[in-house]
Design a protein around this ligand. Sequence first.
Ligand SMILES: [Zn+2]
Ligand SMILES: [Zn+2]
Length: 330
Amino acid sequence: MIDTKRFLSLLLALLLLFSAACAAEEDTWICLTCGQDATGDTCAYCGETRDVWTCADCGTRNLSDTCTKCGKEKKVSLAVRASSPYPLTAFPALRVLAASGDAEALFNLGKYYEKGLFVTQDDEQALRCYRDAAEAGYAPAWVYLGRLYDAGVMVKPDAAFALDCYRKASEMGNAQAYWYLGSFYEEGTAVEQNYGMAMDYYQMAADRGDADSWMSLAYMWLQGKGVEADQQKALEYYEKAASLGSSLACDYLGYLYMTGTLVTRDTAKGIEWYEKAAELGNARSMYALGYAYQCGQGVDISMDEALKWYEKAALAGHKNAYLVWKAYRK
Ligand SMILES: [Zn+2]
Ligand SMILES: [Zn+2]
């Protein structure tokens, strides 16, 4: 009798424990301030109260769904914060939006798992985010998956699957995907090499606003791939790419004029193209301008100007420019 009682009370205790565990699991929430999982009424990581969110516009902390100071909607504020360039701001919003099935947020959250930023680095989790985002219809996620499978990053290389990914994205009209399909046909990767198809895909990418794709078309004309080589035509296409805002094309034209490749050497023109490319954020052109001022190519020698451009290039991520800037600055 005593044993039965003991058994029953043990069972009851276990049941209670089990239901408590279930309840706790159900009660997990994502802290909108630090982005960590929390339970109860307060976040154990940052001490924030449950459901508190900070307005993206005025910085007010709120509990209700509209900002008490400026009237901004919580949902809108979350979307703004999710697109912040500062990971500390974006991460909590991304987690909340991803949990609600937002495809773009899922894709961006994948990058945090890939890099191990605010979370334990986890390739599997990253890939799950990318796949879920792709399946939810986010074309850039298909393109990204294609690149991972093409290069064999985090996964075993699989060119055929990469091709499928690019096709999926291209069906959604993604310009980058058309470019990748073109490159597969140009190289004969996972498909039979076909320059005609390559040019068609490059053209489709270009028509969808991918200015860099005009450069690939120019290269086909330059190399005579699928067409009779035509330098003049290639140059026209490089200029077309440049006029449509391709910083790569501006930079390349700068190089052609500085070195007298395909064109008559004209350093003044070269400098002009480099300046255009630099305006569009091209780090290599900024570096080239630094070098031009240092050596007096197409401009009067000026170490001050050179350093100014090396500094800009370094800030734009050019590694060599940073080393040169460090070596020459006063
Ligand atoms: Zn927190
Ligand atoms: Zn506000």
